[in-house]
Design a protein around this ligand. Structure first.
Ligand SMILES: Nc1ncnc2c1ncn2[C@@H]1O[C@H](COP(=O)(O)OP(=O)(O)OP(=O)(O)O)[C@@H](O)[C@H]1O
Length: 324
């Protein structure tokens, strides 16, 4: 049985506050009682159409967003309950890589300075004794690991390609030897040929460094390549969870099946089809299954009672009438 590194329990997040005002206005939570765990060394893919809550979950797992309620255990400690100081000390262990490689890098600083920054900032905060030589050595190591060379250190972000910038972002995220990386659409903004290189790099880094990934993506093709397990999200909840091959070859939730049907051409990025899902028969339900209004298999029970995520052997589905 593999060891759990990260476990989220019953996370709820409503933007604009989960308080009285938003309840009166019936603000829909971006996360609605989400529970999920990630084992050490595995990659969990988070998929679903735009607005389903993938990024919110990814950020809340790192406590970059505060949940309204719920817990996130990292190596057994609930990070939501940590003081700001304890959270800062833990921060190096859990890092994020964003979609927009350019926005994540200060355009006025050279790549060398940007790579040194995480170690310098951490040294200031923690009083750890890293000398400039140690920082330079670590930068050298990271350049080798991500496939960049010394000449890149003198450049600015705008002098690099999107793929090179994303390699810089990955190197920055790795400077302090994290255990967990949440990657939010890390290859979505890149050309398809470069996407494959960066995905291969992430896989290679995972094997060498024993990293654990939460990988957020619209693109089922990319998720198929990298994820051991996949969580399918719809309307702020996980509707299906299981190992990637099983979920993508034998979907149990009608929404997962619809997502897969939408990707008719394996070369077509999923996000271009996600805004036009194949089954749309009504609005999301507030009482029963959220997907009832769009589901081809809807039955009266689906409009009366919300299905819980449940199952066996790690295969979970939130549907009264699963397909598999
Ligand atoms: N900062 C914010 N303020 C208010 N609402 C937000 C904010 N961020 C996200 N939301 C809302 O929360 C819901 C979930 O958004 P989230 O970005 O987590 O979804 P997503 O699946 O990652 O979508 P995308 O792929 O488009 O980023 C959406 O309804 C979105 O409009």
């Amino acid at each position: 049985m593999s060891e759990v590194l990260l476990e989220a329990r019953d996370l709820t997040k409503t933007y604009g506050g989960g308080g009285l005002l938003s309840r009166r206005r019936r603000a829909r939570p971006a996360l609605d009682h989400v529970s999920v765990s990630v084992s050490r060394g595995e990659t969990l893919g988070l998929v679903g159409e735009s607005g389903c809550g993938k990024s919110t979950l990814g950020r809340t797992l790192l406590r970059l967003h505060e949940p309204d309620s719920g817990e996130v255990f990292f190596e057994g400690r609930d990070i939501i309950a940590l003081s700001a100081g304890d959270m800062r000390r833990l921060r190096p262990e859990m890092q994020m890589v964003f979609q927009d490689s350019y926005a994540a890098l200060n355009p006025k600083r050279r790549i060398g300075a940007l790579l040194a920054e995480p170690m310098r900032v951490h040294r200031r905060r923690a009083g750890a004794a890293w000398t400039p030589a140690e920082i330079a050595e670590r930068i050298d190591e990271l350049l080798d690991l991500v496939g960049l060379n010394r000449t890149h250190l003198q450049r600015y972000a705008h002098e690099m390609s999107g793929g090179q910038r994303q390699r810089v972002n990955i190197a920055r995220a790795l400077m302090l030897s994290p255990k967990l990386i949440v990657a939010d659409e890390p290859v979505s903004a890149l050309d398809v040929s470069i996407q494959a290189q960066v995905v291969n790099l992430l896989v290679d880094l995972q094997q060498r460094l024993g990293l654990t990934y939460v990988f957020v993506s619209h693109d089922l093709g990319v998720v198929r390549q990298i994820a051991d397990r996949v969580a399918v999200m719809y309307g702020g909840v996980i509707v299906e969870l299981g190992d990637t091959d099983t979920v993508l070859h034998r979907p149990a939730h009608p929404y997962t099946a619809a997502l897969l049907d939408a990707v008719l051409d394996p070369h077509l990025p999923f996000r271009r089809r996600a805004s036009a899902p194949p089954v749309v028969t009504g609005a999301d339900s507030d009482i029963g299954c959220r997907y009832a209004g769009r589901c081809a298999n809807v039955a009266p029970l689906c409009r009366q009672r919300r299905p819980e995520l449940g199952g066996q052997d790690g295969r979970m589905v939130a549907c009264h009438f699963p397909l598999a």
